[in-house]
Ligand binder design. Structure first.
Ligand SMILES: *Cc1c(COP(=O)(O)O)cnc(C)c1O
Length: 437
């Protein structure tokens, strides 16, 4: 065992609605949400081995992933299998670039869908596929407003035994996001829904409570609260620490919507990674910054913004943060910024350093700059600017390119089924690409 854990203790996951309800990693992963609708949470936080930071500079990404994630899964996956799984799931880099004195950026968009959700989605997909060998065949359902679907599609693509069904609001995702959702084919099925994201989500929810349906198909969700998607994100923080020239006295600012990423940062700190302070930067959907200032939890209706992957007013992962912080809020803060703030910062940073931020990363950048930190600062860039070029300042649009632009304008959608409501969806399932029990 590489991490020091009390040897006699098995890692289990409990429902945050009821500490008595405990399950294994595998059950938590496949169920997604506990039967009482609580989020799963580890009942023990593993400690880094005392020489971990000394060894860290020589470790590659899959080795780091293996060492920090194995304690969470060790009851269900063998050491050798998990080593192999990490090699396959984490085969891209997370570069750190210094853009100003004591300000660096961690780029999390070098995975297949150019957004940081790739790490969680790929880890979850690899674990599900691993367990699926014993379980029979699975159908994954997910509703997306854009980024999640692309990461889930890429993560599960060609995983044996798993069919994926992605619902998205027709005409309301960007062209490039639609390409990522609809072009893969094989085991990835997509459903343009005539309606908004809420309708997509309600169709998915209806499927999960449909007892008639559940009798003949195995359904599982790839929602962002899934323990597999959440836990894998601790990796960014360990890799950032390895990649920074000066990681001492480190303050990290994270663009936050559902607060899963920042919650993983707090978990990494509690495992022993020396992070001094963590900042959750939000757009105008500012429930948590207001809560931190006033103590009142008072979500307002969600307001659309140019950083739309953070348009969340009731962040589902905040309850995990409260459990991790244990009333010690001294190393956590949260700040909110407007679209105008983000656009100004994008222009200024480009003018001063030539670096191009997109609106999510820019929000984290401002969060860092407005915090009076000593030591070194890092902010997380969660998407490639190409994904958000429709909202970028016009003078920058022509300067934004993907490394591999391979003629994506010229694709045909595959496995695409238009639906309007749950009845349409159900009818499709009946004659269909769903694995039967
Ligand atoms: C999902 C997403 C976020 C928000 O991450 P959370 O873990 O939900 O806080 C930020 N930026 C981008 C680009 C995203 O896709």
């Amino acid at each position: 065992m590489l991490l020091e854990r009390r040897k006699w203790k098995r890692m289990q996951f409990y429902s945050l609605n009821n500490p008595e309800h405990k399950v294994s990693f595998k059950q938590a992963l496949i169920r997604g949400l506990a039967p009482d609708k609580g989020l799963y949470f580890p009942d023990d936080i593993p400690c880094l081995k005392s020489d971990f930071l000394e060894r860290l500079p020589k470790m590659n990404v899959p080795q780091i992933a293996f060492e920090v994630l194995f304690p969470f899964v060790s009851d269900d996956i063998t050491e050798a299998d998990f080593e192999q799984l990490c090699k396959e799931a984490f085969d891209f880099e997370f570069p750190v670039i210094q853009i100003e004195d004591r300000v660096s950026v961690l780029e999390l968009f070098h995975g297949p869908s150019q957004a940081f959700k790739d790490v969680g989605a790929r880890f979850m997909a690899s674990c599900m596929s691993y367990f699926d060998k014993e379980e029979g065949s699975l159908n994954i359902l997910v509703a997306t407003s854009g980024d999640t679907g692309g990461a889930v599609a890429a993560g599960f693509y060609d995983q044996p035994g798993i069919n994926v069904h992605i619902l998205f609001p027709q005409g309301k995702v960007s062209k490039y996001q639609e390409f990522q959702l609809t072009s893969l084919g094989k085991n990835i099925h997509c459903y343009p829904v005539q309606g908004d994201f809420d309708l997509c989500q309600s169709i998915v929810k209806e499927a999960f409570v449909d007892e008639k349906l559940m009798k003949f198909v195995n359904l599982s969700s790839a929602n962002s609260i899934n323990i597999g998607r959440w836990l894998a994100q601790i990796l960014y923080y360990f890799v950032a620490y390895r990649n920074m020239e000066n990681p001492e006295e480190l303050t990290i600012s994270v663009p936050s919507g559902n607060f899963g990423n920042i919650a993983a940062g707090i978990l990494a700190k509690k495992m022993g990674l020396p992070i001094k302070h963590l900042i959750a930067a939000t757009n105008q959907n500012d429930t948590i910054p207001r809560f931190m200032a006033s103590g009142n939890y008072d979500p307002k209706p969600t307001k659309p913004s140019i950083s739309n992957a953070m348009d969340v007013s009731n962040p589902s992962n905040f309850i995990r943060i409260e459990n991790l912080l244990d009333f010690n809020k001294s190393y956590f803060s949260s700040l909110s910024f407007s679209d105008g703030d983000a656009l100004l910062a994008i222009k200024k940073v480009f003018k001063d350093s030539g670096y191009i931020m997109e609106p999510h990363g820019a929000t984290a950048y401002i969060g860092l700059k407005q915090t009076n930190y000593k030591g070194n600062g890092l902010f997380l860039a969660t998407a490639h600017p190409y994904k958000f070029r429709e909202v970028m300042p016009s003078e920058l649009v022509d300067k934004i390119h993907l490394d591999d632009q391979s003629e994506w304008g010229n694709y045909t959608a595959k496995n695409k089924h238009e639906i309007r409501n749950y009845q349409d969806f159900y009818a499709h399932i009946l004659n269909s690409d769903f694995h039967r029990k």
